[in-house]
Design a protein around this ligand. Structure first.
Ligand code: AMP
Length: 305
């Protein structure tokens, strides 16, 4: 089963205290699509300009990412630039140039409309809704969002939430959305806004998953060297969506989601080991499985006699 992924496709310039890389492949959909592609075929929807490297289309092809939903239009590709502080956690956006993204109206190719698993990677919630309008009968919809939309397009976001099965957001966004300091209260409140499940990411501290009277907490892989945290959240979402599409035949259960967020965390831990998608480009399934086992061992414990 393939997963439909929509989001931004960007050329990013990222600066950390030790390195700076210019105009490298980025964007929420780029990370999410590659993350998902380790588990299932991907149908990718987005927009790029005429300056976007043809080699990335070849790369997508090699990863079974069907890019027939990517519009190539005249003009420049969306550009984003960010700078990290020494802790590689705090990030400041230096510039955003919407370029071809400004007039983007996602139009799904006919065969994409039958998608059963949909991953709405981070873009404006009105665009996420517009994509969902075109999908005939989605079985499970995952959506990611960011502080910008919580602050500037809250109405659109609120309209989208009841159509979502799993909302993914980070801890500060969850607090901002609910005005709660407790993430447990925030998770419960967000579920009341519509999504059946909520995953709250806590960066280097793992992720929380909330369902109907169900709760799961997953740690993060203890990485010693982080080079570029950009796209970790998008890769996490991609891993979750791809895993569900590949492995769930009937209704998605909480147990499925627990496994999915571990795989999402495994993929995110690889993403941050290098700039842009460089680590993901050479990642193998064996490496993913190895790290999945480490996650299992890390969270196992015995009851004292
Ligand atoms: P993350 O590190 O998960 O927040 O995602 C970073 C990616 O999001 C970068 O590759 C950017 O190109 C992309 N991005 C940044 N701002 C936006 C935006 N307003 N809309 C869509 N994508 C964005």
């Amino acid at each position: 089963m393939s997963v439909l992924v929509v989001g931004s496709i960007a050329l990013d310039t990222v600066k950390t205290p030790v390195e700076e890389h210019t105009d490298q492949l980025g964007g929420s959909a780029s990370y999410a699509a590659v993350g998902a592609s380790f588990f299932s075929p991907v149908q990718l929807v987005g927009v790029v300009g005429d300056d976007f490297p043809e080699s990335e289309f070849e790369f997508w092809k090699s990863r079974k990412i069907d890019a027939s939903g990517v519009q190539r239009v005249r003009g420049k590709t969306f550009r984003w630039s960010g700078e990290y502080a020494w802790d590689l956690n705090t990030r400041e956006t230096r510039s955003v140039a919407l370029n071809v993204f400004e007039n983007f109206q996602p139009e799904l190719p006919e065969d994409f409309r039958k998608a059963e698993f949909v991953l709405l990677a981070n873009i404006a919630p009105s665009l996420q809704s517009h994509v969902l309008d075109q999908v005939c009968r989605p079985r499970f919809v995952v959506a990611d969002t960011m502080d910008l939309w919580i602050e500037t397009t809250r109405k659109d976001l609120d309209a989208l939430l009841p159509r979502i099965d799993l909302l993914i957001l980070n801890d500060s966004e969850a607090r901002e959305m609910t005005k709660e300091t407790s993430l447990v209260k925030a998770g419960r409140k967000i579920r009341e806004m519509g999504p059946r499940y909520v995953a709250i990411k806590k960066g280097e501290h793992g992720a929380l998953l909330f369902g109907d009277d169900e709760f799961f907490s997953c740690g993060a892989y203890p990485l010693e060297d982080i080079h570029d945290p950009t796209g970790a959240g998008d890769t996490f979402a991609g891993g979750v969506g791809g895993f569900l599409a590949a492995h769930v035949k009937g209704e998605v259960t909480f147990a499925d989601l627990r496994r999915a967020i571990i795989y999402g965390s495994v993929l995110a831990s690889f993403c941050v080991e290098a700039f842009s998608l460089e680590r993901l480009r050479k990642l193998t399934k064996d490496e993913i499985m190895e790290r999945y086992q480490v996650f299992r061992l890390m969270s196992q414990f015995e009851i004292a006699a």
